[in-house]
Design a protein around this ligand. Structure first.
Ligand code: NAD
Length: 486
């Protein structure tokens, strides 16, 4: 492994800085537990400078014509593709996912930037015919919302910031981004792509620090107009409440607890092979640390035994290892706290009578590895059935009728991703309409695409990212109406 971890710095007020008003903290390789570098943390001075810089950046960037913003974003996407090897390697080193997954993440991030660049040119308003004499025009315009404070989780350290940076910059906003402190290096390389592509240095500010202090500080600042967070439901609620107290715009991409309904017509032969192959790959991608990761598999009662046995065998066969090793199919969890949390999920499920079919233990090797874990027949009240495990854990549950499967799928207050498998077109429509979720994938798990809006219903979030809808969340509506002067 020849790539060295980049020197870590913050990007504040147009400069990269290692000034550490908030001290430093280690960034750790989760596959080994070894320190990769030390991250400078912003204190109040750097945070204030970042907010002021974002306002300056906004004032100039919003004047840049949409076609020029488009050009800068397209160049940023091209630079990200040129630097893919480096960015993906750094991502894997700090986050743990297999290198092939990291490469796909970086490549998809470039596609997201390209898509939002194109959308920058299509921020159309409308003209409305005046109803009275003496009015020349009514114009309803989309204007940038202003400087954005953006907070992102560590599970997709390039993709999640790309969504926010691309949409905000395409709309004409500036940003103060705070990536997760566990995975800052790959986000810094992403920010460099935007800067090298010609986005003004004030328009992107990157800070790290104590998450609670940074978010409280920035959200209260008068310069900040919008808050965008990708994270847990608990943090989303907290930041949403802080934003609401100042009537600031808010987008929350929060946690989920995705159900998968497998219909009777997909439970044997090639169809079952297809469902299992897709399901195991989707479940253990990024070691299950995916907001739309499938968690609850609902299978017709008569097929549960075979489905659970084959799913568990495939889970046990996965090769665990360092993400940089090409043979690795599942990497470590991103930090030690997640391993402890997995143990709590397992202890609770076992104590409540769920059947443990595979895994259930940490792996005794350096780093934060946990076995791919499969349960069946978990009682509805156990923690695994109520809270997002955010790790390599699945539960397989029986159902007796499609209505009851849909009812169980909809039983939680979370509604981000949901999936179903059927060959019947009528059933596909019934599931698509009946399952409560921001995104329903029928016969596949690929609901996250640059051109599709990504977002949750119920407690899983507010607003969407990506697609044309994602851009609109970085705009406000403005009506300009002009009458004859006399
Ligand atoms: P988290 O909620 O702990 O943190 C999210 C971000 O908010 C981080 O940058 C964190 O530092 C920051 N933060 C700001 N103020 C904070 C405060 N007061 N306390 C704690 N953190 C604060 O989430 P996480 O553990 O980083 O990520 C996992 C969660 O993110 C999961 O619930 C997952 O489902 C969710 N997620 C959602 C999406 C989506 O698009 N819906 C995508 C990825 C992850």
């Amino acid at each position: 492994m020849t790539t060295s971890y980049p020197a870590l710095a913050l990007h504040v007020a147009g400069h990269w800085t290692t000034h550490t008003g908030g001290g430093t903290r280690p960034v750790v390789n989760p596959a080994s537990g070894m320190e990769l570098g030390r991250l400078p943390l912003a204190g109040p001075q750097e945070l204030a400078a970042a907010a002021e810089s974002a306002l300056r950046g906004y004032r100039s960037w919003r004047q840049v014509r949409a076609h020029e913003r488009y050009g800068a974003l397209r160049r940023a996407a091209a630079l990200l593709r040129e630097r893919l090897d480096l960015v993906a390697t750094v991502l894997t080193l700090e986050q743990g996912k297999p290198l092939a997954e990291a490469r796909r993440e970086v490549s998809l991030s470039a596609d997201i930037i390209d898509f939002q660049a194109e959308e920058a040119k299509r921020l159309y308003g409308r003209t409305v015919p005046p109803r009275v004499e003496g009015i020349l025009s009514h114009t309803v315009a989309r204007v940038p919302v202003g400087p954005v404070a953006a907070f992102t989780a560590w599970n997709f350290p390039v993709n999640l910031p790309s969504r926010k940076l691309a949409s905000a910059l395409a709309a004409g906003c500036s940003v103060v981004i705070k990536p997760a402190e566990e995975t800052p290096g790959s986000c810094m390389l992403l920010v460099r792509c935007f800067l090298d592509a010609g986005v003004p240095a004030d328009a992107i500010n990157l800070v790290c620090g104590d998450p609670g202090e940074v978010s409280s500080f920035l959200i209260e600042r008068p310069e900040i107009a919008k808050v965008s967070v990708t994270g847990s439901v608990a943090v989303g609620k907290l930041l949403g409440a802080q934003a609401a107290a100042h009537v600031k715009r808010f987008t929350g991409e929060l946690g989920g607890h995705a159900p998968v309904i497998v219909c009777d017509d997909m439970c044997d032969g090639d169809a079952l092979d297809f469902v299992l192959r897709q399901s195991v790959a989707a479940k253990f991608r990024n070691a299950g640390q995916v907001c739309a990761s499938p968690i609850r598999f609902y299978v017709p009662r008569g097929h549960l035994g075979t489905f659970a046995e084959r799913f568990s065998a495939a889970a046990r066969a996965l090769r665990l290892g360092q993400g940089v090793d090409v043979a690795t199919q599942m990497g470590p969890l991103t930090h030690a706290r997640r391993v402890q949390d997995m143990e709590r999920f397992v202890d609770d499920a076992v104590a409540q009578g769920a059947r443990l079919l595979a895994g259930g233990h940490r792996v005794s090797r350096p780093g934060f590895f946990f076995q791919p874990t499969v349960f069946a027949d978990a009682p509805a009240q156990c923690r695994l059935m109520q809270q997002e495990p955010f790790g390599p854990m699945a539960v397989i549950q029986p159902y007796d009728s499609l209505d009851s499967a849909i009812e169980q799928a909809n039983a939680l207050p979370y509604a981000l991703g949901a999936y179903a498998f059927t060959r019947d077109l009528h059933t596909a429509h019934r599931l698509g309409e009946g399952i409560e979720a921001g995104m329903v994938g029928i016969n596949h798990f690929g609901v996250s695409q640059p051109e599709l809006p990504f977002g949750g219903h119920k407690e899983s979030g507010l607003g969407q990212e990506m697609g044309p809808e994602g851009l609109l969340h970085y705009t406000d509506v403005k009506t300009i109406t002009v009458g004859t002067p006399f």
